[in-house]
Ligand binder design. Structure first.
Ligand code: F6P
Length: 362
């Protein structure tokens, strides 16, 4: 029986989104003979009833190695709390009704939502209202607990590790402390893994509130040993034991999630004040989200895209595809969302870092 599958990408982009779209479109159209529709700009495209575009094998040619998402995305505009103007003021309204109408209007048999925890939570709630949804997890932050890894993460840590390699040479030449701030929101995975792979001396993560004494002691012990430079990696969500994380914009200001950033500058100033050493800051920013997906991310994205369509063929809706060990499995969306995967402060990865002399800020 022929089906029409719509696909959208929600939340911040991540390398590998296009590879999922490509895999889903190829499987749906070539393997099963279904029709595919691309929804522009995430849930916005359904709420605002933007024109959906038919996708076939030729429209996804060349996408495997392309970063970003050809569909466009948005990390604002939760359809259940959608900002609309009323009487000159912005108010939040439940726009799930118009969204469901649009799915009906497009005669969609299933909707593939590729997103992080926020977009997948919306997918779960839409499924409860009867929408035929299947989820695909993505985020460079790697903080979705129902999957071992999310695509985008490997590319992001590869980019960050390469940046650390570059910072090392200039840090050594100038006898400086280089502080690099990376993304990750409330999870320290990017900082921890790029820091380990890139030979950082100090790694600060949100899961371990840090002490400046511990950081400075590590840098000073390197100085005493004749290593007159140091590399500090801080997650954007890291914060001192007696303080809080640095917020650039509140949730009210963004109309979505809190925007973090700036802890790198705070750490750098405090180190230079305490140790009288020259410090410099690099905020890696959206470079971590851009560019070609790594081999690992292309493979994972392709496997998830294919499996999402297999689920639809079996009528197994309301599920999220996930990597568990070596296999792609599926889990109910209801169980997959709302449980953030964070770094265990006493886990093996942190212990590994400490065993090789990295200061974890404690
Ligand atoms: O969730 C992915 C992420 O890149 C976070 O690591 C970061 O805090 C946030 O998105 C940045 O979002 P924006 O694109 O709105 O600046």
């Amino acid at each position: 029986m022929s089906k029409t599958i719509a696909i959208l990408t929600g939340g911040g982009d991540a390398p590998g989104l296009n590879a999922v779209i490509r895999a889903a479109v190829k499987t749906a159209t070539m393997h099963y003979g279904y029709s595919m529709l691309g929804i522009p700009d995430g849930y916005d495209g359904l709420v605002k009833q933007l024109e959906a575009r038919p996708l076939d094998a030729s429209s996804v040619a060349g996408l495997l190695y392309r970063g970003g998402t050809i569909l466009g995305t948005s990390n604002r505009g939760d359809p259940f709390h959608y900002p609309v103007e009323e009487g000159g003021k912005i108010v939040k309204k439940d726009m799930s009704g118009p969204l469901l109408e649009q799915l009906h209007h497009l005669a969609v048999d299933a909707l593939i939502v590729i997103g992080g925890d926020g977009s997948l939570t919306i997918a779960r709630d839409l499924f409860k209202l009867g929408a035929p949804v299947v989820g695909v997890p993505k985020t460079i932050d790697n903080d979705i607990s129902a999957t071992d890894v999310t695509f985008g993460f490997d590319t992001a840590i590869t980019t960050a590790t390469e940046a650390l390699d570059k910072l090392h040479t200039t840090a050594e030449s100038h006898h400086r402390v280089m502080v690099m701030e990376v993304m990750g929101r409330d999870a320290g995975w990017i900082a921890l893994e790029c820091g380990l792979a890139g030979g950082a001396d100090v790694i600060l993560i949100p899961e371990i509130p840090f002490s400046y004494e511990a950081i400075c002691e590590r840098i000073e012990s390197r100085n005493r040993a004749g290593r007159k430079f140091s590399i500090v990696v801080t997650a954007e969500g890291a914060f001192p034991a007696n303080g809080s994380c640095v917020v650039l914009e509140t949730a009210e200001q963004t109309g979505g999630l809190v925007r973090l950033g700036g802890i790198g500058y705070m750490v750098s100033l405090e180190i230079s004040r305490r140790l009288k050493m020259e410090t410099r800051v690099t905020v890696l920013g959206h470079i971590q989200r851009g560019g070609k997906p790594s081999t690992f991310d292309r493979l994972l994205a392709t496997r998830l895209g294919v499996e999402a369509v297999h689920l639809i063929e079996r009528g197994d809706l309301g599920k999220m595809v996930a990597l568990r060990g070596q296999r792609i499995i599926s889990v109910p969306l209801a169980e997959a969302v709302g449980r953030q995967k964070r770094v265990d402060p006493d886990g093996q990865m942190v212990k590994t870092a400490e065993a090789v002399g990295i200061c974890m800020g404690r």
